[in-house]
Design a binder for this molecule. Structure first.
Ligand SMILES: CC(C)(COP(=O)(O)OP(=O)(O)OC[C@H]1O[C@@H](n2cnc3c(N)ncnc32)[C@H](O)[C@@H]1OP(=O)(O)O)[C@@H](O)C(=O)NCCC(=O)NCCS
Length: 165
């Protein structure tokens, strides 16, 4: 597949709801162990919160929503931000953060994800960014393999635990 990659205007953010819902289903299936700490939100509630975050992030000048399209059909999207990153490694003053990457269930495995990541990397490189952080939920092994093939390596292991014993 040879998708067209575009930048989405903030006013069009609601077109992402359907794919966000697919990602929610994917995560709840692949990371079922997390439900022990609390149930997954409803798709509507989850989108309400995520939508708010996207709109907030889009007020930062360097945030972008990249969409992959085949004609009028939305095949996938990526949300990328650029954040200050003082740290122990000389990765430059800022790093990219891939906040979301999702490809439509029906379009997976056809290179759409790779095309989106390539576009994100080009965009970051144009801003002088050298490194991009990605968080992958444990259990999402397909996505992990996908990113590793793109050159990603292990960084932080984030844990969650209940507060009351
Ligand atoms: C991970 C994802 C973005 C990759 O995009 P894609 O367009 O399917 O990927 P590409 O065609 O460019 O590359 C194929 C790779 O994607 C991964 N993949 C994940 N789910 C897949 C599926 N249902 N079918 C095929 N490949 C899949 C595999 O690593 C595959 O490589 P493989 O041949 O070694 O199995 C996409 O599959 C997706 O949206 N998955 C569900 C949501 C998700 O996990 N997002 C990442 C959250 S961090």
């Amino acid at each position: 597949m040879n998708p067209v990659i575009d930048v989405l205007a903030p006013s069009e953010v609601d077109c992402l709801e359907r794919l966000w819902g697919q990602l929610l289903v994917h995560h709840s299936r692949e990371a079922a162990h997390l439900a022990a700490l609390g149930a997954v939100r409803s798709p509507r509630d989850s989108w309400r919160l995520r939508r708010g975050q996207y709109l907030e992030w889009l007020q930062e000048p360097l945030t972008a929503v990249l969409v992959a399209r085949d004609g009028n059909q939305l095949l996938g999207y990526a949300v990328v931000r650029i954040l200050d990153a003082p740290g122990s490694w000389q990765w430059g003053d800022q790093v990219g953060v891939l906040e979301t990457l999702v490809v439509d269930d029906e379009a997976r495995g056809a290179g759409v994800g790779q095309a989106l990541v390539r576009a994100v990397r080009e965009r970051l490189a144009e801003s002088g960014v050298q490194v991009m952080k990605i968080s992958v939920i444990v259990g999402n092994d397909d996505a992990l393999r996908f990113y590793q093939r793109e050159g990603a390596v292990d960084f932080v292991k984030t844990l969650v635990m209940p507060v009351s014993e």
